[in-house]
Design a protein around this ligand. Structure first.
Ligand code: MN
Length: 416
């Protein structure tokens, strides 16, 4: 940790000092807006093109600002971490030193007035299955044989990853309706509350990463909604796993909270009751590979229903992100800047921590009743799902992730 985490440091921008702000000066997440890179502070964005042009950065920080100035952050993620760290340190002092205000303020843009883009071109997206409780509930008490031996995953779809706010078109597909098989709009549309890690410098093909090396390649994190078409998924998944039930859309929050910013919130990884192979073991990762982050999912309905459906924690991950990345590379598979690894649905043991409707409603059998009397077995057209998350620890300023939201739109009508 360093002075950028100092809880006494305060931005000269009032909105960054509000106690409920996701983006105090201790956070400084990277994103992209209107085709260029920026850093969130309070309700504003530091325009990195303007910051560079104003001559307010030099050395490694200037190189990082140039790399992050374009339409995606991939060039920044490809640099060694010290470049982003240098820019973070420079921004932290520019935004907290009142004598810099007059020079920095012209580089700020109001967040509310701009389009937030997908921050990286996602080269590959892999979705893991890291919650023991989610896996047990979905498997009706059965754990797959490999679960405690390795972080289970499948190759997801990168082309359909979109930033928060992108409409969620209900997919059409084949699914069982009683004994019959029909093609049509998915009746059992679900959300999955997940967390995503973005790879920075990757590994070359054929060169696995140790857990400790993998931890050094993690650029940062965002929220991820792994929208799931349950009936399509159920019918298609034997034997090759999820395909069209998942690939129609994945929504992420638009700000990448860096590994640097999360340093104060590191915590012990989950305890394992069987010994894992050496390539997945690291005493350092065991001691600090977890993150103290709480997450929630809220539903907003067209009839005015607004309710938190899930409240959970990253402590429910059986594997750490460094273990996931080490495992992913263990066969020599190469990962690169902007590759995205999803945690899997982050359910815990408690009822309120069930992080998808399939768990909340026992696969649709027991609909949830909202405070306004509406019932939901699955998501209906017009429903909006909003994820939020916050990292917190006593003695430090909490930081947030911004919103990951999506509203369900009716399925397209297929030509008959
Ligand atoms: Mn998932």
């Amino acid at each position: 940790m360093n002075e950028t985490h100092d809880p006494k440091r305060r931005a000269w921008l009032d909105s960054a000092c509000a106690t409920d702000s996701d983006f105090p000066v201790q956070n400084l997440p990277f994103g992209a807006f209107e085709g260029r890179g920026g850093v969130a502070i309070g309700d504003r964005i530091v325009d990195l093109q303007r910051l560079s042009a104003a001559g307010l950065v030099s050395g490694d920080a200037a190189e990082a600002a140039r790399a992050a100035a374009g339409p995606t952050l991939n060039p920044l993620l490809a640099l060694p971490q010290r470049f982003a760290s240098a820019l973070r340190a420079r921004l932290s002092s520019l935004l907290s030193d009142p004598s810099c205000r007059a020079r920095v303020e012209p580089c700020l843009v109001a967040m509310a007035g701009v389009r937030l883009d997908l921050p990286v071109a996602v080269g590959a997206y892999t979705d893991f299955l890291c919650s023991l409780d989610h896996t047990l509930r979905m498997g009706r008490g059965n754990l797959p044989p490999a679960f405690k031996h390795l972080p289970i995953a499948y190759n997801g779809r990168a082309t359909s990853v979109r930033a928060s706010g992108h409409p969620v078109r209900r997919p059409n597909g084949q699914h069982k309706a009683g004994e019959a098989v029909r093609f049509g709009p998915e009746p059992a549309l679900d959300y999955e509350l997940e967390f995503a890690m973005l790879v920075g410098e990757g590994n070359a093909l054929g060169e696995p990463l140790s857990v400790d090396a993998a931890a050094q390649r993690i650029f940062g994190y965002c929220l991820l909604n792994d929208w799931s078409a349950r009936n399509i998924q159920t019918f298609e998944s034997t034997p090759l796993g999820p395909f069209l039930g998942k690939s129609f859309l994945t929504t992420v929050s638009p700000w990448i909270v860096t590994t640097d910013a999360l340093a104060p919130f590191r915590t012990a990884a989950a305890a394992h009751d069987i010994e894992v192979p050496a390539y997945l073991r690291s005493s350092r990762d065991q001691a600090e590979g977890g993150l103290a982050i709480d997450l929630e999912a809220e539903i907003v309905t067209p009839k005015g229903g607004r309710e938190r459906l899930s409240r959970t924690s990253l402590r429910n991950m059986y594997w750490t992100f460094a273990q996931m990345l080490a495992h992913h590379s263990s066969n020599g598979c190469n990962l690169g800047p902007g590759d995205m690894l999803g945690s899997g649905t982050l359910s815990g043991a408690a009822d309120e921590s069930r992080a998808c409707l399939a768990e909340l409603t026992d696969r649709g059998a027991k609909p949830v009743t909202l405070a306004n009397g509406e019932k939901r077995a699955w998501l209906e057209d017009g429903d909006e799902v909003v994820f939020r998350a916050r990292a917190s620890r006593d003695g430090f300023v909490p930081i947030g992730f911004g919103e990951c939201r999506g509203r369900i739109e009716p399925a397209v009508r297929f030509p008959s």
